[in-house]
Every structure is written in structure tokens, then in C-alpha cells.
Design a protein around this ligand. Sequence first.
Ligand SMILES: Nc1ncnc2c1ncn2[C@@H]1O[C@H](COP(=O)(O)OP(=O)(O)OP(=O)(O)O)[C@@H](O)[C@H]1O
Ligand SMILES: [Mg+2]
Length: 242
Amino acid sequence: MIRASEVTFAYPGGPSVLGPVSFEIAPGSLCGLVGANGSGKSTLLALLAGLFVPSTGTLTVNGRPSPGDVQGVRAAVALVLQDPDQQIVGATVGEDLLLGLTPRDPAQAERALALAARFGLGDPTAPVQTLSLGGRRKLCIATALRDAPEVLVLDEPFAGLDYPAGREMRALLASNRAAGRTQVIASHDVEPFADLADAWLVLEAGRVVLRGATDAVFRELRAHGVRPPTAWRPGEPVPAWE
Ligand SMILES: Nc1ncnc2c1ncn2[C@@H]1O[C@H](COP(=O)(O)OP(=O)(O)OP(=O)(O)O)[C@@H](O)[C@H]1O
Ligand SMILES: [Mg+2]
């Protein structure tokens, strides 16, 4: 369970940009964190991942509080940034997958191969700059999942992806969901994953203005700067994005 209790956050020397916010995210659920540009999504993701700590209030991830046990939060949560080039460190696919692991260990090389294959990343000896944007983002997710985090948080995972890469991203999120991993997806656009989410948190100017299940939230979305999916009709399930 992720629980935020009266959390606020201000960047050093600046005004408060978030909160107070209070919410819960159920274990194993896929939560859409949506809002217009500048509403505080990325800031909240960084707090969830333990990169920032609340200025006031408490954020608890599966029993680990921030502030208090930020290292515990960091161990439990993996963050995938919008821009994979800020996150990829290895020169090749395999090197990036193995960073921080024991080098030159044949067992690790096997593991890298298996991960690369599972994510359709192709040849693990390929230089990272030869991957497409979708491929580089998948590499970041594979690296994030390598150590089996309890929670995966993704910042704008669909931004800039073409149709095939968007479909692959959806399949990845769906398989994580089926495996019971908690996921939080920040996006200004609900369209590509509206049918996959279990619950929503809608931010506006740093506050949670809507939360809960899809139908009730989507009825009010436009007023908060986010467009509901084109194919959605009130009272009906969201059609699958295909
Ligand atoms: N490093 C920073 N220093 C100071 N203020 C910041 C910093 N990063 C973000 N902000 C401010 O915090 C607020 C929330 O920004 P944030 O990036 O979290 O929003 P967002 O919802 O992720 O926006 P976007 O949709 O553009 O990604 C904005 O007012 C932004 O200007
Ligand atoms: Mg952002």
C-alpha cells in the first residue's frame, strides 16, 4: 500500500508546488496519475521513488516512511523517467542491463540475455544509440525491473511513441499488472492506457482534485485540463486501445 498523508513539497528556496495531498494506492493496482502540464506529476513521482522527501507530511510505501526510511523507499520503488537518455548509462544494451552487477560473471551475462529477450531488445551487444525511442524506454523498464521492485513508477511512458511501440508499452504494463506489481503512470493523456488503469489520481496546481475509479473520474476530467478518451462514453467501460 502506498499512503500519502498531508504531503507537501517545495523545491529548495521556492514556494510549495505540491500539496497538501493525501491518497492511497492499493497494492498490485495500476494507478493513472494525470493532470495538465506543471500540475505536479513528475514531482510526486520523484517523491514516491524517494528521490525527494516531503517538506511536510508523510509518504509511506509498503510500510516504509519518507522521510524516515528513504533508503527503504528507494529500494522498493523503481522510477522510469520520460527521457531514457537521462537514465541509460551503459554503452550497450547488455552493459546497461548489468550495471551494478558483478561484471564478467557468465551467470549475469545469461541473465542479461534473458532480460533482453523477454523485452524484445534484440542483441545485448548492440550499442544503445542504435535503439529507437521505444526500445530505449523498454531498456530503462527492463533495467528498472531487473531487481524486482515492489512498485514501478513511469513518467509519461507513451510520450513520443509510435503505434507499434505504444502497443508494446501497453503489453508491458499489462503483464506487470498481471504479475501483481504496483504501477503508477504519470501522463497528461489518458488515451493510451485508460482501459488498463484500476484507479486515478488527478492533479491540478499541486492538489489532488479527483481520485477513484474510471467512470466517476472521467466524467469530471475536462474541467481539470485532461481529455477523456475519444471512444469512452459515461456509464460504459473504456474500450480497449487497439
Ligand atoms: N527543479 C525545479 N525547481 C523549481 N521548480 C520546479 C522544478 N521542477 C518543477 N518545478 C515546478 O514544480 C511544478 C510542478 O512541476 P512538475 O514537473 O512536477 O509538473 P508535471 O505535472 O510533471 O508537468 P509536465 O506535464 O510538464 O511534465 C511546476 O510549477 C514546475 O515549474
Ligand atoms: Mg512531468
